[in-house]
Design a protein around this ligand. Structure first.
Ligand SMILES: [Zn+2]
Length: 131
């Protein structure tokens, strides 16, 4: 019974977890469709997305969600390219600006933890190739 409960929680977590990527994917497809219409193009050949390290987005999940979302939308078979970029942080003590791979990164100059995030939480559509 305990195993059943744990697996149920895991499944719910998994669904919840993927819903985030799915809603992001649906937004990307919506934007791509709008741009396709604006450009009066035939179809979208390639979508290049860049994801910040602190965005909380799992690239494999986003890729999968985009495949599903494209089947529902008007842009079948578009090539998807996703890359990641590091976060930029500013130390609140010594004002050093540095790159970080994760939220819990200490300042490389003064070794303190308090910082503000300058970038790295966002997702960018870098380019759309419309033909
Ligand atoms: Zn510092």
């Amino acid at each position: 019974m305990l195993i059943f409960i744990i697996s149920k929680i895991l499944i719910e977590y998994y669904i919840l977890f993927n819903m985030h990527e799915m809603s992001v994917a649906l937004n990307i497809i919506k934007i791509a469709e709008e741009e396709l219409n604006k450009a009066n193009g035939k179809r979208i050949e390639k979508i290049h997305i860049s994801v910040g390290k602190l965005s909380g987005i799992v690239i494999d999940s986003l890729e999968f969600a985009l495949e599903v979302a494209m089947k529902e939308g008007k842009i079948p078979k578009a090539e998807i390219v996703i890359d990641q970029f590091p976060a930029r942080m500013k130390c609140l003590h010594c004002h050093e600006v540095f790159e970080a791979e994760e939220f819990y990164t200490i300042c490389p100059v003064c070794n303190k933890f308090e910082h503000e995030i300058i970038s790295g939480k966002e997702l960018l559509i870098k380019s759309l190739t419309i033909i």
